[in-house]
Design a protein around this ligand. Structure first.
Ligand SMILES: Cc1ncc(COP(=O)(O)O)c(C=O)c1O
Length: 469
């Protein structure tokens, strides 16, 4: 009898079948869970914005899991497209072959990318956001080798940012909590101020601040040997770390000018914000930004397959073509035929159901529903762009003072919303990596107005529950 056909709760039976000591048999999972003290429900089915667990409980997925699911759960035609591809050719190594779905998806991505990617840009497919960041870092380094500037290798980033969990991606990430355990393993190449008006690092107000946060990059480069810097990476809307904090007008343009002036590449991390999440195919386009490299992931296959991508501007491609022509990098599963087939099927679905266009109006509907939270004495800010929105909780609304970390507000809000069967994505450390609480909302683009009301209602309930004492 296969292990997965055994009823998990039947511990004695498991022990008998597998000749296990009872202590082992009574564990309900063999997975190295995210949190070994927690019990996790088993997800068995998805239907639109809903996830159904093995016990029949239905959860409204208000965060698209982690801002991943764009077209909704359980779209059968995506599975069919993947099965069809797998039945033709499931895998061919990229040292020997290209595949049709990868070629097709690359062309489609370049067609919706900012204008500078159009004539001669290329796409490097990977299996997720962290691999995209690794690839972007190494691409920037090798670009400068190809361009005869071997001193350039550092990739600067911002404090209060997240670019992935592998060691290269961690070294650019400015997420204090996620970095802390691995500090001895990761280099510090330099972090500058985030663009975060609600807790401005300079205690200024936009627009009187004259974009002091952008100028922080220039100041850093002037005082830290810019000739060793290869690139600057940033999230146009800071997702998990700040709870959907968008760049203000003028910020990305100034950043691009500073990068050009110092001869460094600009990398937009659109792992969370790409593929329509903020109301444009890529968030960079809200400000007419033309980065040299775009990292994307999550929504590119809407969770149906592990997929990420690095979009590379033509001038970088040319430097390789004129140089070694060979990127010293690679993953076995890059540009996987079945994963890119999923990406194409998701793209077809987004186009056929006009979901790219739906994000802005539905984002406004969600925002209106959330507006009723704003009067609560502990709701400091509701912010975001399109269907990437965040709610920040503060102790003192007039000073924006956060709660102490030990109060665990974001997690308590998550748990209380769960009582109403609504899944939100909590974050702590919003202010400085330690203090500050928010929840992130990033539902599928198909979310209905009544589901937006359910989300707002669950958060209202959670506020009353958490702050009732
Ligand atoms: C902006 C950003 N970059 C990179 C990553 C890493 O992506 P992954 O978890 O797919 O490796 C994430 C994940 O949350 C992200 O939000």
């Amino acid at each position: 009898m296969a292990a997965d056909t055994l009823p998990a709760e039947n511990h004695a039976f498991r022990a008998f079948c597998y000749n296990l000591p009872m202590s082992t048999a009574t564990r309900t999972t063999s997975l190295f869970s995210r949190n070994l003290r927690k019990e996790y429900p088993v997800a068995v089915r998805g239907e639109g914005c809903w996830i159904v667990a093995a016990d029949g409980r239905r959860y409204l997925d208000a965060s698209g899991q982690a801002a991943v699911v764009s077209i909704g759960h359980g779209v059968a035609e995506i599975g069919r497209a993947m099965a069809e591809q797998a039945s033709q050719i499931a895998f061919a190594h990229t040292t020997q072959f290209h595949s049709e779905p990868a070629e097709k998806l690359a062309a489609r991505l370049l067609a919706i990318a900012p204008r500078n990617f159009r004539n001669g840009g290329r796409v490097y497919f990977v299996s997720g956001g962290s691999e995209a960041t690794e690839t972007g870092i190494k691409l920037a380094r090798q670009y400068f080798l190809e361009s005869q500037q071997p001193s350039r290798y550092r990739v600067l980033a911002r404090r209060q940012s997240y670019h992935g969990s592998t060691l290269g991606a961690m070294s650019v990430s400015g997420n204090v909590a996620r970095r802390a355990p691995y500090a001895p393993l990761i280099p510090e190449w330099g972090h500058v101020a985030p663009c975060f008006c609600y807790h401005c690092p300079f205690d200024k107000t936009f627009p009187e601040c004259k974009l002091a946060c952008a100028d922080d990059l220039d100041a850093f480069l002037r005082s830290n040997d810019a000739s060793t810097v290869a690139a600057f990476v940033f999230e146009p809307v800071v997702g998990a770390t700040l709870g959907a904090a968008p760049a203000v007008d003028g910020y990305t343009v100034r950043i691009a000018e500073i990068c050009r002036a110092h001869g460094i590449l600009l990398i937009a991390d659109e792992v969370m914000t790409g593929m329509g999440r903020t109301g444009k195919p890529f968030a960079s386009e809200h400000w007419g930004l033309e980065p040299d490299i775009i990292l994307t992931g999550k929504g590119i296959a809407s969770g149906y397959a592990p997929l990420g991508a690095v979009l590379v501007a033509p001038h970088i491609v040319e430097s390789f073509e004129e140089g070694t022509a060979s990127f010293m990098h690679g993953f076995t599963y890059q540009a996987h035929p079945v994963a890119t087939a999923a990406g194409n099927a998701v793209f077809d679905y987004l186009e056929a159901h006009r979901l790219f266009e739906r994000v802005t109006p539905v984002g406004e509907t969600l925002r209106k529903a959330l507006a009723k939270l704003e009067n609560h004495p502990h709701v400091g800010d509701v912010r975001g762009l399109g269907l990437l929105q965040g709610v920040e909780f503060v102790k003192d609304k007039s000073t924006h003072e956060p709660f102490e970390k030990a109060a665990g507000i974001a997690e308590k809000i998550r748990q209380a919303a769960l009582e109403k069967n609504v899944l939100v994505y909590p974050g702590q450390g919003t202010l400085d990596g330690t203090r500050g609480d928010h929840v992130l909302l990033a539902p599928p683009f198909i979310i209905k107005p009544e589901e937006c009301e359910l989300i707002a209602g669950a958060l209202q309930y959670a506020l009353s529950r958490v702050f009732s004492a």
